[in-house]
Design a binder for this molecule. Structure first.
Ligand SMILES: [Zn+2]
Ligand SMILES: [Zn+2]
Ligand SMILES: [Zn+2]
Length: 136
């Protein structure tokens, strides 16, 4: 467990339960983007009663805290991976469509918009796709 993720959890008033600690440690150990099923299969030996819905709930909670980034890969499945952003700054993730490398994009103009076409904006999420330097 590292301090950065612990602080992000605290800032959002979520407790560090043994299950949550195990999930974050699993991501730290694997150091790549994982599907909820992979996380579940990796941890159900340790937590016999662990259900997949509980994994989904916690991964979603971690993505709200900025601990995990949620991305959709070309296979249309959702993947989660540790977000390395230090502060709780607004940013989006940019994904290479060839190799799956994930980068961060923080120069988001949408944050300045209060309304769009009469809609009062309360939140937005987006995934940017492209081709990384190495794959070009
Ligand atoms: Zn991030
Ligand atoms: Zn690439
Ligand atoms: Zn934005």
């Amino acid at each position: 467990m590292n301090e950065l993720y612990l602080n992000k959890l605290r800032e959002n008033n979520f407790k560090l339960t043994p299950k949550r600690k195990a999930i974050i440690d699993f991501f730290l150990k694997k150091d790549r983007y994982l599907t909820p099923e992979t996380v579940w299969r990796g941890l159900k030996k340790k937590f016999i009663q662990l259900g997949l819905p509980s994994i989904y709930r916690n991964l979603e909670l971690f993505s709200k805290c900025g601990i995990l980034a949620k991305i959709q890969r070309p296979d249309r499945k959702l993947y989660y991976g540790l977000c390395h952003s230090k502060k709780n700054n607004h940013h989006h993730h940019i994904i290479c469509i060839k190799c799956g490398k994930v980068g961060e994009f923080s120069d988001c103009d949408l944050l300045k918009k209060k309304t769009i076409n009469g809609f009062k904006i309360t939140n937005h999420s987006l995934q940017i796709e492209g081709i990384c330097l190495k794959c070009r």
